[in-house]
Design a protein around this ligand. Structure first.
Ligand code: ADP
Length: 154
């Protein structure tokens, strides 16, 4: 079984995240979208809300499940028997960050492979941070997030 974990904050999930998971479907038997619980990072949406929105987005995809985890992503992958860590890259700063993390992960867990997909151009400027900014100012985020997020916000 090729099991991949797609870890992130998903605060909230964007069209960019959704696209990465959908494009990764043919590569894996199972994809676990894993919401990292980070006590130092403040989030706008609660863990419960994030999981609810993710479940709504991927409800039609039996290969995709949603979970949350605390601690090291690699430890969570081991617990789930996942051999692959899925990440998305938008630009050169994502690239720098992701390559550092991937190299450290490789040193610590040699059997875990990081698989990076490059984002589609139309999603490359979308980030959860910008979505949160717009929400704070009561702006329209419909061009950036899946409908499930819009339903949740309403
Ligand atoms: P983290 O806090 O771990 O960076 P995010 O929820 O911001 O969590 O992102 C999770 C993953 O999705 C990361 O690999 C990130 O680079 C990727 N990602 C974020 N936004 C996009 C996007 N618009 N297109 C493609 N990948 C993205």
């Amino acid at each position: 079984m090729r099991i991949a974990v797609f870890p992130g904050s998903f605060d909230p999930i964007t069209l960019g995240h959704e696209d990465i998971v959908k494009r990764a479907l043919p590569l894996f038997d199972e994809i676990i979208v894993a919401v990292g619980v980070n006590s130092t990072k403040k989030s706008r949406f609660s863990l419960e809300q994030k999981v609810k929105m993710l479940n709504a987005v991927f409800s039609d995809f039996p290969k995709v499940s949603v979970q949350s985890f605390e601690g090291l992503t690699a430890d969570f992958c081991a617990k789930e028997d996942a051999g692959f860590l899925l990440r998305g890259v938008r630009n050169s700063s994502d690239f720098e960050y992701e390559s550092t993390i991937a190299q450290m992960t490789k040193k610590l867990y040699s059997s875990l492979e990081t698989v990076i997909l490059f984002t589609k151009e139309e999603y490359s400027s979308i980030s959860s941070t910008v979505v949160r900014e717009i929400l704070v100012n009561n702006g329209d985020v419909s061009a950036f997030v899946p409908n499930a997020v819009l339903d949740h916000i309403k």
